[in-house]
Design a protein around this ligand. Sequence first.
Ligand code: PGA
Length: 311
Amino acid sequence: MNITFRQLQVFATVARQLSFTRAAAELFLTQPAVSMQVKQLETKLGLPLLEQLGKRIFLTEAGNEVSNYARAITQQLDEMDAVLNRMKGVGGGKLKISVATTANYFIPSLLGTFLQRYADITVSLDVTNRESLLRQLNENAVDLVVMGQPPPEMDLDAGLFMDNPLVIVAPPDHPLAKQKRIPLKRLQNEIFLVREPGSGTRVAMERFFSERQIRIMTGMEVGSNEAIKQSVQAGLGLGLLSQVTLEQELSLKRLIVLDVAEFPILRHWYVVHRKGKRLPLSAQAFKKFLLAEGNNTIGRSSRNKRKEPTN
Ligand code: PGA
């Protein structure tokens, strides 16, 4: 039987969540990627595992069995991992990481999974903006950093591990809400709320518009993604934000993503440390974990073309 552990893992998540959308969010995959893994598993096993009645998903009898086995296999593998980690001496270490404000929307959940494998590691997590991350790297005050692409002039080791699309959001009743392929020039009549100077999102936004010679009007300067979302909902302007920050507002239809030409801006997440730094075992393990987990979420475009304009 030629099935993969990944297929079992994806199916087990769908079986637990009983929703492709929620499973996709938990696994940092797209919904079609999740459906495809489940389809492939069903084909290889020769039986349907799920059935859809109306909007709801149910497990078939075979689905129930496979879900039980998948859980047991995952547990065994986690146990094996924990035993081997103790042998390697990774346990008991301290992991000092700093992440970009925007990465705070997915790093805690990844840390949760990581710590199930390395329960004895103590984590110290700092959440701050891009500028302050670069300062911490410069001062060698941190083991690992998670951020947008670091500047090439700094001597850093940076591994791309996840896509980070940036989109433009508006309140649902905005005049542009229903318009398709809004030309960039049309945005010149709109006010944008912007993140604080030093934010990677802001740098990416300014670079994008200036490269295209689009002059946008900037309104309030707002120091967090959360405050930008609230202000956009209150009708104070448009926001340009990482898609990862928007899960709740989009599903509750408090905000919508505008269909703007040339969007989303394709940005990526990197795990970064100073070149030549002797990473503690705990940091080596977390870096390896991010690169492996994130690889499952990188779209083909990023795999083929890992270079993006630096900032
Ligand atoms: P920020 O960083 O949270 O500082 O905007 C995000 C990024 O670099 O893309």
